[in-house]
Ligand binder design. Sequence first.
Ligand code: SAH
Length: 346
Amino acid sequence: MKATLAAPSSLTSLPYRTNSSFGSKSSLLFRSPSSSSSVSMTTTRGNVAVAAAATSTEALRKGIAEFYNETSGLWEEIWGDHMHHGFYDPDSSVQLSDSGHKEAQIRMIEESLRFAGVTEEEKKIKKVVDVGCGIGGSSRYLASKFGAECTGITLSPVQAKRANDLAAAQSLSQKASFQVADALDQPFEDGKFDLVWSMESGEHMPDKAKFVKELVRVAAPGGRIIIVTWCHRNLSAGEEALQPWEQNILDKICKTFYLPAWCSTDDYVNLLQSHSLQDIKCADWSENVAPFWPAVIRTALTWKGLVSLLRSGMKSIKGALTMPLMIEGYKKGVIKFGIITCQKPL
Ligand code: SAH
């Protein structure tokens, strides 16, 4: 059964509220990449500020949707249906030609489940939400693994359609379905999902407090939440913000990849703690993903990669040109690849 692709009414909703307990160090809200000032999402500054914030968030959603509408086909052609990093052993010397990269992407899913303690509970996973589902690689994998019913949401209509088509082609339509919806205003009732899965989508969220609140809301009592996401480094004691040169790297990446509110794993842990969740854990997997971006760059530089890139359009080309900055960010310790997991109390 295919889900509809109609844009939900939530896409016209008004802006996100600040959570006064957070953002004291890093901003957990939308930051404008062209300046270091946060865009206000509060209603306290009156209607003008509210309207400006609504425009900004709407523009962000549009930008993300267009980015993935344009680039997903190219990614799938070269890298397949998982639009996330692979998980490698730190000393891995995996070659570009290896099937090792696809295996590493599957391993990322398995390691994430293991880290969250999901493996021993497989039979309990009946309903999964894949928040920021791309073209549904995780959902189809989890649907097959658990026999669970997986529902994916993305801002990109192109991705939702492709995800549904791939599910149909793999006879998984009964188990995996996809629709356009906003992670910050999910079209699901409270407590619906045994597993709330967010694989590399959190970095796009302009309001981390609202994002986490929605993940917690849709999780069933006893359900697990898994957030695997790009972060910036944790701030040390007494540090109020990143160094300007560090913020500069993140702002440049934001311009291409639409990542408006970088935060740290500590920030996520604080947010989860504020919801009284159990078994909150986090880890830095930056070393385990280190071979990934160099491999993506090498594929872009192959003949096939270059031709596909040029055919795909400007957003893909800008994306490719931004990749070295990701490597620089990781190498300099500004960017961290984080996993944060927890369980909602029964
Ligand atoms: N999890 C997928 C795709 C990661 S790419 C995978 O691992 O293959 C990031 C995804 O996040 C895209 O599908 C994008 O549309 C989605 N996304 C970003 N912001 C979103 C939002 N506010 N609501 C729903 N999806 C969002």
